[in-house]
Design a protein around this ligand. Structure first.
Ligand code: GLC
Length: 474
């Protein structure tokens, strides 16, 4: 074929690690992907026995914690190289037969292929090779959020103002703001279109996508040049949508004891404008577990919301991003972090952070995952514990003034994660076992630990995640 994968020497698992942060850095360094001699990303896993071939790609979402570490370490050029490459890759997407034109989304992942003649080629996966052919909706949003973080860290707003970047930002916002069939200000997506990239009953309006949508709107508004006539309409639309989205999510996704009581006693089948129970959520749909589990004096944003459908499951990443980006208001943010504190064993347990709670079992698992053996109860996406989310929990705890909690979370993860060889995920109700089919040497597990440590050492660094406020160009 004349092409082979530019392979990375898979590093072996370290034993007897005494300095977890140093060990995490060794993994991060070894995971760097180069293109034309320049570092442009990090490979998802350096486990030579990874179950799927694309773990040797650079995933857009997996690169985020690596990128934030590079920005804080004064290596912004890696992030800039990455941003430029992903922007260009968008144009590689092939037209699908029967489609007039595809919206140019960004790939889930890419890799560098070496040719026999010594040249290099970039290959991207737009969901056309991914398991289950899932659409990577979150990639373009992460790209936008990362561009914002790059500008914040470097002050290089001139880069975001280049015609290519401005076109890219406009294009992303336009795809998100396109009129389709929805009647809500939230974004409608297919199943598995974000970090949970398999069928998991997360189609419709999943929280994580809404938090990323919120972040993207904020980042886009802050970076588009308002003096450019091409931008004015999209800025106007984005500002309006941001306000609607914020109000809607804070109102309708919010669940606390008062709200649960309200739903429990709600009237249904009401027609008209000013009615309670607008979405016609049936009290009968409240699962047993939630009544016992929901703590007093706390609350969270539900996992998904649509007509007659409230997914009561607690999804950690969506909630944490809502805290970090400000989609949740201040009171709600405090309450969300309280849920982690009050349900510590369930959500932090022996390895932070539980991806979602509770796991689906039996018929529900069969119907909503399609009997996925990797997503059996309390494993992988279905209630597994993911160290990759550590940074977000630590950051949210710090953001809401819970320094003790941030440190405690980090202590739980620190030595065990390094000793276990940086697994991708853990299994069991409390994350006691290494994930049955988890990779070792998973880059974002290591990057997340480093990033969390950096935030703990200096919470001022959280500024990197502040998306709003226009930068003044020099
Ligand atoms: C799995 C995860 C996904 C991640 C990828 C690479 O598919 O579900 O979120 O990006 O692995 O690590």
């Amino acid at each position: 074929m004349g092409q082979n994968f530019r392979s990375h020497s898979s590093i072996s698992r370290e034993t007897g690690v005494t300095d977890p942060i140093a060990s995490a850095y060794r993994l991060l360094e070894a995971s760097l992907v180069h293109y034309h001699g320049r570092a442009v990303g990090t490979i998802a896993s350096l486990d030579a026995h990874a179950p799927a071939d694309n773990y040797s790609d650079c995933f857009i979402r997996d690169f985020v914690p690596s990128a934030l570490v590079f920005l804080l370490d004064g290596r912004p050029e890696i992030v800039r190289n990455f941003l430029g490459i992903v922007l260009r890759l968008r144009d590689q997407q092939e037209e699908m037969e029967g489609h007039r034109s595809l919206p140019k989304v960004m790939p889930a992942s890419f890799r560098v292929l070496g040719r026999e003649d010594g040249s290099e080629e970039l290959h991207a996966d737009f969901g056309d090779r991914a398991i289950g052919r899932v659409a990577p909706v979150d990639s373009m949003m992460w790209w936008l959020i990362l561009l914002r973080a790059y500008v914040r860290a470097t002050g290089d707003s001139a880069y975001a103002r280049t015609p290519e970047c401005q076109r890219g930002i406009r294009m992303i916002l336009n795809i998100c703001l396109q009129d389709r069939f929805e009647v809500f200000p939230t974004l409608l997506v297919p199943d598995g279109s974000f970090m949970i990239d398999r069928r998991m009953g997360v189609f419709g309006h999943p929280l994580e996508i809404q938090a990323l949508f919120f972040g993207s709107l904020q980042a886009g508004i802050a970076m588009l040049d308002p003096a450019d006539a091409d931008n004015q309409q999209v800025i106007r639309q984005s500002v309006k949508r941001l306000a609607q989205l914020t109000e809607y999510v804070r109102n309708y996704y919010w669940l606390d004891l008062a709200k649960l009581n309200h739903i429990h006693r709600a009237r249904t089948e009401l027609f008209g404008h000013d009615i309670e129970n607008t979405l016609n959520i049936y009290p009968e749909s409240i699962p047993d577990w939630v009544t016992d589990w929901l703590p007093e004096e706390a609350g969270y944003l539900v996992g998904n919301l649509g007509p007659g459908r409230m997914d009561f499951r607690f999804f950690s990443f969506g909630n944490l991003l809502a805290v970090l980006f400000g989609l949740a208001d201040e009171r709600q943010s405090g309450h969300i972090v309280d849920v982690f504190q009050k349900r510590w064993d369930d959500l932090v347990g022996m390895m932070p952070v539980k991806i979602c709670y509770p796991a689906m079992e039996g018929e529900e698992w069969r119907l909503l995952t399609g009997s996925d053996p990797k997503n059996i109860p309390w494993s992988y996406h279905n209630g597994g514990n993911w160290p990759a989310l550590l940074w977000a929990l630590v950051a949210a705890a710090l953001r809401t003034g819970r320094t003790d909690m941030a440190e405690r979370v980090q202590q739980v993860a620190m030595h065990r994660l390094a000793r276990d060889g940086w697994p991708e995920y853990y299994d069991g109700r409390n994350g006691r076992l290494i994930g049955r089919r988890a990779n070792y040497n998973q880059t974002w597990s290591a990057a997340a630990l480093i990033l969390a440590q950096k935030f703990i050492e200096d919470p001022g660094r959280l500024d990197l995640l502040r998306l709003e406020d226009r930068e003044e160009t020099a």
